[in-house]
Design a protein around this ligand. Structure first.
Ligand code: IPM
Ligand code: MN
Length: 346
């Protein structure tokens, strides 16, 4: 009998609400011979207010023993911006070497996408997850004075760029269109940009079937709106990937549908799955949060753990649920979770 030993971090705002639905659907889709064990970790704003801790080493060590992590959302207006983001979410991504931040975008039926009805949009962004401006390498001098100077250094290593580019080529190779687009800004960021471009060119020689393409990030935002069909796999750095994947979510049905995986491909550390959206404190507790992004993140989790059939069932259930839903009757978080759970078990 196989089993999944899952760590769950509900987090802040709507995090606990959407995670509850993700777990509901996970429980419904798993066949009886796969045992699911979940351990909840109380991390986030409440923990920080109570103890001043974001992610103690002992918790990090316990988290490491799981097969995977499901995370809701981190961040709260009562905590200074950056404390939980850096001290918890990014700390997890860095500590567990989640260098592939995988963010698929498919145009779902019957959504509020401004591009609804367009021909097929189906691409995946491979966002680098452990380098770039996110490393926290910076500082400020004369802080708070008119003479303040602040820096955030973007770190790009040959090792870090190569491993994520290689992963992106593997994914492109496995897809029907076999196309990889590097997005950067190598006309301005000439040091990091050219490292990325050279790496794609070099690794690309090992993947002769994959067509490669380059776009500056500003132009990429235009094409994402005017010609999203041109994208298949996009590889990009941590910050460009953050921005592009919010745009990608907006054009494919909204941030309520966008799933992500923070993946350590070799499996040395547990990978972590979370919706792309944040904690949305303005709608927390109202039942308005769409749990679909979390449910789709559970599908990515299942695929990562070697259960592709369960992942496909969830994705089919979401497509069917969206196709069937009526814009006139808004459903609650719980109702959407129930509907999806019924579809995957039915
Ligand atoms: C995301 C979020 C995070 C990021 C924040 C909350 C640190 O925006 O997962 O996209 O910038 O990566
Ligand atoms: Mn983001």
């Amino acid at each position: 009998a196989r089993s999944i030993n899952l760590a769950v971090i509900p987090g802040d705002g709507i995090g606990p609400e959407v995670v509850a639905q993700g777990l509901k659907v996970l429980g419904a889709v798993l066949p009886a011979d796969i045992k699911l064990e979940t351990t909840e970790y109380a991390l986030g704003a409440q923990r920080w207010h109570a103890t001043g801790e974001t992610l103690p080493d002992a918790e990090l060590e316990r988290l490491q023993s799981h097969d995977a992590i499901l995370l809701g959302a981190i961040g709260d207006p009562s905590v200074p911006s950056g404390v939980l983001e850096r001290g918890l979410l990014l700390k997890l991504r860095f500590a567990f070497d989640h260098y592939v931040n995988l963010r698929p975008s498919r145009l779902f039926p019957n959504t509020a996408s401004p591009l609804a009805g367009e021909p097929q949009i189906d691409f995946v962004v491979v966002r680098e997850g452990t380098e770039g401006p996110y490393v926290g390498n910076g500082g400020s001098m004369r802080t708070g004075t008119p003479a303040e100077v602040a820096t955030e250094v973007s770190l790009n290593t040959a090792y870090g760029v190569e491993r994520v580019v290689r992963d992106a080529f593997e994914r492109a190779q496995a897809r029907p269109r076999k196309k990889l687009t590097l997005v950067h800004k190598n006309n301005v960021l000439v040091h990091a940009g050219h490292l990325w471009s050279r790496t794609v060119e070099r690794i690309g020689r090992e993947y002769p079937e994959v067509t490669t393409d380059y776009l500056h990030v500003d132009a990429a935002t235009i094409f994402m709106v005017t010609q999203p069909q041109r994208f298949d796999v996009i590889v990009t750095d941590n910050l460009f990937g953050d921005i592009l994947t919010d745009l990608a979510a907006a054009i494919t049905g909204g941030i309520g549908l966008a799933a992500s995986g923070n993946i350590n491909p070799a499996g040395a550390f547990p990978s972590m799955f979370e919706p792309v959206h944040g904690s949305a404190p303005d709608i927390a507790g109202t039942g308005k949060a769409d749990p679909t992004a979390t449910v789709l993140s559970v599908a990515l989790l299942l695929r990562h753990l070697g259960h592709p059939a369960g992942a496909a069932r969830i994705e089919e259930a979401v497509t069917a649920d969206l196709a069937a839903r009526s814009a006139a009757t808004a459903r609650t978080t719980d109702q959407i979770g129930d509907a999806l759970a019924a579809r995957v078990s039915g």
